[in-house]
Design a protein around this ligand. Structure first.
Ligand code: NCD
Length: 304
């Protein structure tokens, strides 16, 4: 029984299998519409979410399975003081697989160590978000045909943005990626990721505060919101929140085939005027996330 807590829990071959399965689901949805009949997914969300929880639930319904949903930690036994370990043991009696989001880094790992069923990390604090990375990978794959030789810009809150951390880890498995890290000084990528992932694997990288100067180089631009809920004080958030606002003018010197990704929710870091630009991929990315979650559920339930 396998859980996915970190994107590195999946090998490159498994990632490719997920991409191939998701592409097949897109082509032949009816082939999969009953495949999880009788199976139950429990979504345990101890932190706000729209897309990720509903995406997991839509994924399970489209596979013909059922969903048990806990979306408000305030109404669960966690409010009475139940540990994550106990919750995981209890839910193992009801469901076949768990998707868990938690504000504390490491909580889904604790759940996985105690559950008798696979656990998927649906975001743990400022740490990791592997299933968003699956959505990102399918988007890049479908836009660019692969992952090697890309220059990928990450812009915004690289310190607290867990989707950034997981995507950098995932891309470090491929060849000749150049990482361009664009953020305010205070929101730079944590040094453990820079050292252990980027430098250790000898990837070329550039750190800058200036998006405009690097724009012409980028094949992918991964925008992120400043993660308000992880700040210790509101004044810092207010000072940093509008550090980068992508507008059509700022894309004037960008590549014609740039792909603009964003894990969403968007606050105001991408102007809505960009939504019409064919380089904007963020709404497709949402849809791809559902297909990749379907593929992941199938893999972890060993249905395929
Ligand atoms: C992201 C998250 O929860 O980390 N959202 C998502 O799941 N798509 C990004 C964010 O909240 O900024």
């Amino acid at each position: 029984m396998k859980s996915v807590i970190n994107i590195l829990d999946l090998s490159v071959e498994e990632l490719q299998k997920l991409i191939d399965t998701a592409n097949d689901i897109i082509k032949n949805p009816t082939k999969y519409s009953e495949i999880c009949k009788g199976k139950k997914l429990a979504t345990l969300f101890f932190e706000p979410s729209t897309r990720t929880r509903l995406s997991f639930e839509a994924a399970m319904y489209e596979l013909g399975g059922n969903v048990l949903s806990m979306s408000d930690a305030g109404t669960s036994s966690a409010a009475k003081g139940e540990s994550v370990a106990d919750t995981a043991k209890v839910i193992s009696c009801y469901a076949d697989i768990i998707a868990m989001r938690h504000p504390k880094e490491g909580a889904p790992l604790v759940a996985a160590m105690n559950a008798d069923i696979p656990v998927i990390n649906a975001g743990d604090g400022g740490h990791n978000h592997p299933t968003q990375t699956l959505a990102d990978l399918l988007t890049i794959y479908r836009e660019k045909g692969g992952f090697d030789n890309l220059t990928v810009g990450f812009c915004g809150d690289l310190k607290f943005g867990r989707t950034v951390h997981s995507l950098i880890e995932a891309l470090s498995r491929y060849k000749n990626i150049k990482f361009v890290l664009i953020s305010p000084e205070e929101l730079k990528l944590p040094s453990y990721i820079k050292k252990d992932i980027i430098q250790k694997n000898n990837f070329e990288y550039l750190q800058t505060t200036d998006l405009q100067s690097v724009m012409p180089e980028l094949d992918i631009l991964y925008m992120t919101r400043v993660q308000r809920e992880r700040f210790f004080n509101e004044a810092d958030y207010l000072r940093l929140k509008d550090s980068y606002i992508l507008t059509p003018e700022k894309l004037q010197n960008a590549k014609k085939d740039l792909s603009i990704l964003h894990p969403l929710p968007r606050v105001n870091e991408i102007s809505v005027a960009i939504d019409k630009d064919e380089r904007a991929c963020y709404f497709k990315q949402v849809l791809y996330g559902k297909y990749m979650r379907m593929a992941l559920i199938l893999m972890l339930l060993e249905v395929l």
